[in-house]
Unconditional design. Structure first.
Length: 575
């Protein structure tokens, strides 16, 4: 990809590409990665088909602009993830012209996805299982004016109707959508105001282009017939799809409702989503029923996409300025928000379910000496309760019930008779990054090496220093019988652990080993890699809580080096 520094920048802003430079870079990226990214013209700006202001003091573009949508996804060999079955995520920016940072952040996200494919495990499966759709400039006419005349702080589109002064006309696109349109509590009917809602819902071509694209993208079956009359009816947990609108500034994450200071009927899921996004960027929650609700906004994108399209909908107010300081953007805005966007992309398929489940943190996998060792932290509470000054949330009060590890297959595609999975074990040793918040009595069994317990009466040592299983009930270590992979491939609904001597008594005694008793667990597993082919593999991990909710999937690449293992087995001093 061409270096972004070679593209036209906004004068005096080395970190932000101009609209022209940005679209050049996106078309180049799509050309270089045509299998991952396409760009389509989805509509026209106001000035593309209408006359603009001709008697003003400022030049305006005479031919208007096309509005482009970018589609980012990867082919998947599994037919279950064709275009119709993939999760759909739509992101927008540039609705308000003077907010320069949002399109740049969204472009960085797009570049991270495309360039991270086959390089980052999470990005790879997201790209295969999800379609990411992005509109960088919903309001391109306004952006043109904002770049040419930054002193105007242009916000709206360039519809000149209304008899306003040279720097006051236009319609606020983010008040022009067809849900609670015209509600004076959150928009203005005066054409010269910055939040003027226009003459009718979707009166502006920019609004119409985005709305039509969303209607074509998200499933019709989950919509309501009359959103305003049914606004107190919950959509429920079976909805699919995610929408994120990126704005500036102030440091907020917002979600419905925005037109009034009251909770939506799906607040449990939406608030859990807002709280978990906060765990990445520490942004305040601007939503109905929250102490940081700032003001009403009616006819805006986030309420509309939730109420009319039935998708999980939220927005970011990034940074601390419309024309963001470059150092702040690079050092603060980008690092805290790109991971938040990746997280949202993970749960696009089932957002209202997966956001209530446990998260996987600190995932690590290493391969050496013929073994693969995987460690992670499964937490139902850590992310959802990260926000300071808020009480613990109800979706984070469940215990961990199960943590599954999958080999080369995403959990959604797992076939019990065909694929391999294991039940992760509770760890007796905390990860280095985990806080010391549990006593030794709550840290339960894991597979250990008897050699380290050779002087302890509590552990019965197996011959040759073999693997053992700690049995808390009997206060001793059970020798593990090394058969095949060294672990039992897990069956759904069971609690199987490392292989043990195949007696009914020992299987019964070790069944308790995989039981969890808290909402925050460190887990680990050691796998004999002798039965796994050499080369790169993907390990997927997903946790489930005692309420039955499965959380977001995390993954990691692991290299299995057969040659190294064989040399070690022959007794070679060097691999």
């Amino acid at each position: 990809m061409k270096n972004v520094n070679s593209y036209e920048k906004i004068e005096g802003r080395s970190c932000f590409r101009s609209m022209k430079g940005m679209m050049e870079s996106m078309f180049d990226l799509a050309g270089e990665h045509s299998d991952l990214m396409t760009i389509s013209d989805i509509g026209d700006s106001y000035l593309k088909n209408n006359n603009g202001r001709t008697n003003g003091n400022f030049d305006i573009p005479t031919d208007g602009h096309d509005i482009y949508a970018l589609k980012i996804t990867a082919p998947n060999s599994d037919s279950s993830h064709n275009s119709n079955n993939k999760g759909k995520m739509l992101l927008t920016s540039g609705v308000h012209a003077r907010e320069w940072a949002p399109p740049e952040l969204l472009a960085r996200f797009i570049e991270k996805l495309v360039e991270g494919y086959e390089q980052d495990a999470d990005i790879t499966w997201i790209m295969r299982n999800t379609e990411i759709h992005a509109i960088l400039y919903v309001n391109p006419d306004g952006r043109w004016v904002s770049e040419k005349y930054p002193e105007l702080y242009w916000r709206k589109n360039l519809n000149p109707d209304g008899g306003c002064d040279d720097d006051e006309y236009g319609v606020d696109i983010n008040r022009n959508f067809d849900f609670k349109w015209g509600d004076q509590a959150g928009a203005s009917s005066y054409p010269c105001d910055s939040d003027y809602h226009g003459t009718a819902p979707e009166s502006e071509p920019e609004t119409e282009a985005l709305s039509k694209y969303a209607r074509d993208l998200f499933p019709e079956g989950q919509r309501k017939n009359n959103p305003e009359n049914q606004m107190n009816d919950a959509f429920g947990e079976d909805i699919t799809g995610m929408y994120i609108d990126i704005h500036a500034s102030g440091g907020y994450v917002y979600y419905p409702w925005g037109h009034a200071d009251k909770q939506s009927p799906d607040d449990e899921a939406l608030q859990a989503l807002g709280r978990k996004i906060n765990s990445f960027n520490d942004y305040k929650l601007w939503a109905g029923g929250q102490p940081d609700f700032v003001y009403e906004a009616s006819g805006d994108t986030s309420d509309y996409l939730y109420a009319a399209m039935g998708v999980a909908s939220l927005g970011f107010e990034i940074g601390d300025d419309f024309y963001q300081n470059c150092q702040t953007f690079e050092d603060e805005v980008v690092p805290i928000n790109l991971p938040a966007l990746i997280y949202a992309a993970k749960i696009t398929g089932k957002p209202f379910k997966e956001v209530k489940g446990p998260d996987i943190l600190n995932l690590d996998a290493s391969s050496s000496n013929g073994e693969i060792r995987v460690t992670a932290r499964a937490s139902d509470s850590r992310m959802v309760n990260a926000i300071q000054g808020f009480p613990d949330f109800r979706t984070g009060r469940q215990n961990i019930a199960d943590v599954q590890l999958y080999l080369d297959v995403h959990p959604e595609d797992y076939n019990q008779g065909r694929d391999t999975s294991w039940a992760m074990q509770p760890s007796r040793r905390r990860l280095e990054s985990e806080e010391d918040d549990r006593s030794i009595n709550t840290i339960r069994a894991r597979s250990i090496n008897c050699e380290s317990y050779s002087k302890k009466k509590k552990c019965k040592r197996a011959g040759g220093g073999g693997k053992c299983i700690w049995n808390r009930a009997q206060r001793l270590c059970k020798p593990a019988k090394n058969t095949g992979s060294g672990v039992v491939a897990n069956k759904p609904g069971t609690a199987e652990v490392d292989n043990v001597d195949a007696t009914e008594n020992e299987v019964s005694n070790t069944a308790s080993v995989v039981e969890f008793n808290s909402g925050d667990e460190t887990v680990e597993l050691t796998i004999d890699s002798s039965t796994i082919s050499s080369g790169r593999h993907t390990l997927f991990i997903q946790a489930k809580d005692s309420g039955g909710y499965k959380g977001p999937v995390s993954s990691v690449f692991i290299e299995v080096n057969r040659r190294q293992r064989e040399s070690l087995l022959r007794g070679a001093s060097d691999p």
